[in-house]
Ligand binder design. Structure first.
Ligand SMILES: Nc1ncnc2c1ncn2[C@@H]1O[C@H](COP(=O)(O)OP(=O)(O)OP(=O)(O)O)[C@@H](O)[C@H]1O
Ligand SMILES: [Mg+2]
Length: 419
């Protein structure tokens, strides 16, 4: 029998102190593996985190759905990953995969839940509610809102069907929660093996250059892969705002959000949004959220929602206007975050988007709505070369809107400097 061993390395995690890196953990998953049996060896993994281990259940489901037998090798003393695997209730992975009514039975503070239907979403939301008992009621509402958007996305868009036995079955998504009461910290991952954001969006939009561009597009308002799908009996109408609002709210809550789909990785932190292409791939999509809960909380869901709705309407209308006039539209907040300080990202964007637009003769419409800070180095990185290319025409062809006075002044200075 062809048997392959997959070793789960010690320190199996996405995070090393404050630095996130998904690549080492994802490198363990070989999606092309050819074997009759795979042994998942956790015996030498003494340190891990729950979110990275939770992905392993999906990977095992994937292998099993390809007809591969799975065996485990745990540590003798039941420590590290082996212990965590049991605490999450992941040992019942096979029953959960094959029986539609079965779910994991994990520890209350670190549960793993298979998301097969609306009922499972409610189970997950109730768990989160139990952690935030005694918190401001608005905080509970906001958190519930954000997590349900992410759960609905995986349920609606993260389909992966496979023949198991003689039956075509949907392989469910998962959510894993880790609540640390003493730190008042909530970590969670929502993951699926579906077609991924890029391919899903491409049912409606032109092909994207890479996965992270598709993810960045998905977090803009009124963007949905469902807009191009005409199903007469579609039960839910998507507005394409779930990720836009969820990511904006999480920024306000000072959370870290990572969206991974294919080899694309977008990190939405309280101050900025960054992206990259990884050397490894996740066969589907997952969202990781790390959040310190705040007991004293003064925001209201209603106020936040109306603020973001208003901002979305404005952004959409400017995007449409720019489209109609064949202008190139850039929302700084959406692309770089409210603290637009990442010069490296500005340079990349300039080369990939702005210079080609200038070369095509398109006027640039640059929107600074909601941007709190954009220092000279960032703005100069973004704009100096396009300005030089345009010469004096830059004054006409680059339109800046909604900039705070100091940002406006810096842009004017850069215009004068380079013309
Ligand atoms: N888990 C996922 N798998 C595949 N595609 C996804 C996933 N999550 C999001 N997407 C893609 O991103 C798009 C935007 O998601 P978003 O939540 O903003 O809008 P929506 O779900 O289409 O509409 P709404 O949330 O307003 O009901 C989706 O339409 C889909 O194309
Ligand atoms: Mg949605």
């Amino acid at each position: 029998m062809n048997k392959q061993i997959i070793k789960i390395p010690d320190g199996y995690s996405f995070q090393n102190y404050d630095v996130y890196n998904f690549e080492p953990a994802l490198a363990v998953y070989n999606w092309e593996i050819v074997a009759e049996k795979v042994v998942i060896d956790m015996s030498h993994c003494f340190h891990a985190n729950y979110q990275s281990l939770a992905l392993l259940t999906l990977y095992i489901w994937y292998l099993n759905s390809q007809g591969i037998q799975i065996e485990f090798s745990f540590s003798h003393k039941n420590e590290g990953a082996s212990k965590m695997w049991h605490l999450m209730g992941a040992t019942s992975w096979y029953q959960v995969l094959t029986k539609s009514y079965q779910n994991f039975k994990g520890h209350d503070c670190k549960p793993l839940i298979a998301i097969k239907n609306q009922q499972d979403c409610n189970t997950a939301l109730l768990k989160i509610e139990s952690y935030t008992k005694g918190f401001h009621v608005e905080y509970e509402k906001i958190l519930r809102y954000v997590i349900s958007e992410l759960l609905y996305n995986t349920l609606e868009h993260g389909f992966f069907c496979q023949k198991i036995g003689n039956e075509e079955k949907r392989i469910s998504s998962i959510i894993q929660l880790k609540w640390s009461q003493n730190k008042q910290e909530l970590r969670l991952i929502i993951a699926d093996l579906g077609i991924g954001i890029k391919k899903h969006l491409e049912a409606t939009y032109q092909p994207f250059e890479n996965h992270y561009s598709a993810i960045r597009y998905a977090i803009q308002p009124q963007v949905s892969g469902t807009f191009g799908i005409n199903e007469p009996y579609k039960t839910k109408d998507n507005a394409g705002v779930g990720l836009y609002i969820a990511s904006n709210i999480l920024q306000r809550l000072n959370a870290d959000m990572h969206i991974i789909s294919g080899d694309g990785w977008v990190h939405i932190s309280p101050r900025q949004i960054t992206n990259r292409t990884m050397n490894t791939t996740w066969r589907g999509t997952f969202v990781l959220v790390n959040l310190s809960l705040e007991k004293d909380f003064s925001l209201s869901l209603h106020a936040l929602m109306s603020e973001f709705r208003e901002a979305a309407i404005q952004q959409i209308s400017r995007r449409k206007q720019a489209d109609e006039q064949e202008k190139f539209y850039l929302s700084i907040e959406n692309y770089f975050g409210r603290y637009a300080e990442d010069k490296e990202a500005a340079l990349k964007y300039r080369d990939k988007k702005l210079i080609p637009a200038v070369n095509k003769g398109q006027p640039l419409l640059i929107d600074f709505d909601n941007v709190i800070s954009a220092p000279h180095s960032f703005l100069s990185g973004l704009l100096a070369t396009p300005i030089k290319l345009l010469g004096l025409k830059a004054y006409k062809k680059i339109k800046i809107v909604n900039a705070a006075p100091e940002i406006r002044e810096t842009v004017d200075y850069i215009l004068d400097e380079n013309t």
